[in-house]
Design a protein around this ligand. Structure first.
Ligand SMILES: Cc1cc2nc3c(=O)[nH]c(=O)nc-3n(C[C@H](O)[C@H](O)[C@H](O)COP(=O)(O)O)c2cc1C
Length: 336
């Protein structure tokens, strides 16, 4: 576009819309976050996009001890998505606090909130890790990755409501009160309403959803799974309608009444995808797989959302959250 080109009149300046969100008292300048595990510890992406424009940065999962993770291949592309079995590779809690958190402190000083994702293999493991992470002044929230098997009985924490409720209760009690507890729901369950309710009863301040879908892809020439681990987690555009459906269910049956905000994720790549999640009931939004295509995705979505909200006649992003009306229901708000 030449400098003399007129600015298109149809899109007024986006700054007029208030994009800030409130996650159980934690204020974010905008809803956009990184999805855990897809943006490392932050600084690795600093040369490729302006991380200060995020509402919050979410770290990859941290465990009590360092983990090498699974053998290669641990990521493969599938049509419309990606399958990963990283195996929670991370530097471990001590190295995270000593080497990685100071970098995140610098990022936090530029605006984004810092959310640390924690994984574990026993309740004790989670409790000790969360208590130490939450004691750090630069941590705003902990996101619990509950898609991990419990060494005691082999059950995955996030798929058993009783286990999940107990885990949340113990972690919440051990954590500093001013740090929010976000519980990340697994889609690999019969009815996600049951695990969402269990997390809220256990003390979750915020829910995030969804983690990846367990899936498999096969090398037909070798007649072996393409991932060394055999199975992995499916993410990206392929899962987006599934994620929107589950989020809407959880919003309607648990979160709306309990006044627990939801961070939505699963295949978000464009602002139109983000708008679907907001209408379904998400307050915050995270981008994972799409970062591999374009690290500036969250920034582009923020701009697209601002223009969309303005066209919808909204003064703030919060006005549109959960305003989806099903066929046969009256509109939640008068549409322009
Ligand atoms: C390569 C990769 C690594 C991931 N690692 C983690 C992780 O360490 N902890 C976690 O809670 N979720 C992890 N996830 C799941 C994402 O945070 C997210 O829930 C999921 O990918 C859906 O979002 P998306 O479709 O935008 O990627 C990972 C996903 C991918 C693709």
């Amino acid at each position: 576009m030449t400098p003399s080109s007129p600015t298109p009149a149809a899109t007024p300046p986006a700054a007029a819309v208030d994009l800030s969100i409130d996650l159980a008292g934690l204020k974010l300048a905008n809803p956009m976050m990184t999805a855990s595990g897809t943006c490392g510890y932050g600084y690795e992406y600093a040369d490729f996009t302006d991380l200060s424009r995020l509402g919050a940065f979410v770290t990859k999962s941290i465990t009590a001890e360092a983990r090498k993770g699974n053998e290669a291949y641990r990521i493969v592309e599938t049509r419309g998505g990606m399958l990963n079995a990283i195996g929670l590779a991370n530097v471990g809690l001590d190295a995270f606090l000593a080497d990685k958190l100071p970098q995140l402190r610098k990022l936090r000083a530029t605006g984004p909130r810092v959310i640390v994702n924690v994984a574990g293999h026993s309740t004790d493991d989670y409790v000790k890790t969360c208590a130490r992470v939450a004691a750090e002044p630069d941590v705003d929230a902990i996101e619990l990755n509950v898609s991990c098997p419990n060494v005691k009985d082999g059950l995955t924490f996030g798929t058993d409501p009783r286990l999940l409720r107990e885990l949340c209760r113990e972690v919440r009690t051990a954590m500093a009160k001013n740090v929010r507890l976000i519980v990340k729901l697994s889609p690999n369950v019969g009815d996600i309403v049951l695990t969402a309710r269990a997390a809220v009863e256990g003390g979750a301040d915020v829910l995030s959803m969804i983690n990846t879908y367990t899936a498999m892809t096969i090398d037909i020439h070798k007649r072996r799974p393409r991932l060394a681990n055999g199975t992995g987690g499916l993410s990206g555009p392929a899962i987006r309608p599934l994620a929107v459906y589950l989020l809407h269910r959880v919003y309607r049956h648990v979160a709306r009444e309990a006044k627990v905000p939801i961070i939505g994720m699963g295949g978000i790549q464009y602002w139109q995808d983000a708008a679907e999640f907001l209408l379904a009931g998400a307050s915050g939004l995270a981008v994972g797989t799409a970062l591999f295509v374009d690290p500036a995705t969250p920034v582009k979505i923020t701009e697209g959302l601002a223009a969309y909200l303005q066209k919808q006649g909204c003064k703030s992003l919060r006005e549109i959250v959960g305003t989806l009306a099903l066929h046969g229901e009256p509109p939640v708000t008068p549409y322009p």
